[in-house]
Design a protein around this ligand. Sequence first.
Ligand SMILES: [Zn+2]
Ligand SMILES: [Zn+2]
Length: 280
Amino acid sequence: MIDYHIHLERGPYSLEWLKQFWDQAEFRGISEIGVTEHAHEFWEFKSVYEHLWEDSACVGMTASWIRRHFQHSVEDYFRLLEEGKKSGIPLKIGLECDYFPQSEAKIRTLLHRYNFDFVLGSVHFLDDWSFDWNPELGWPGRNPDDVYLAYLGLLEKMAQASLFDVLAHLDVIKVFGHRAQENLDRQWKALLQLISEADLVMEVSTAGLRKPVGEIYPHPTLIKEAARLNIPITIASDAHTPFDVGDRWQEAETIAKDAGYTSYCSFTGRKRIDHNLPSL
Ligand SMILES: [Zn+2]
Ligand SMILES: [Zn+2]
């Protein structure tokens, strides 16, 4: 099994730190890890985010938080991960990139510049609001229906942008347990149809199980619909610490199988490789 969503950002870019992630992966029976630092860790990607502090609409904590990032270089990241590979860690070099419609051209240019094995596309911001950061920031006073519709609108654009390989934590908008009152099944189905037409991969992420919502990303009904549309999947923890690597991958695998999946995929050089899930 694989874990294709891991962040090193809470420690130094050292082989020792990277090995702690692999040790836990191996302990949990994972055979390959995909390291996927946030693009906002790298100064080269700063321009993708600059509207967050340059637009007059964006002020306050989000802007000051994001501006503190961009401390590493992509070259240092590749150097560390290549060193990790040489030391025997089976890893792939990935990236988790935020999707902003206004930054599409910049993202495209940057992703062509580097030889990532795969790139996760994520939505964590609605305009300048980082909705998965703190339930007290931005959520009070908003109508969850409007929030969900805005989020789905961005996901549709991301699916059609042909920038990324895998769409990460597809319904992370539920992170704190806010739910739309309106039935949005039609919108979710339309989104999955777009993902299928764009030949994108969907991540099945156990991170939601560790969040207040306490539910896998995306919801099992969406995984079932994705299986019906033959959308390939990766399995991922979104670990930010060594401890969480490979977290509950068996549970994710069972949910995927129950939804009708018989395979998962990995990536090399942004080419997809399909693997059979072990038979039930
Ligand atoms: Zn994310
Ligand atoms: Zn992540």
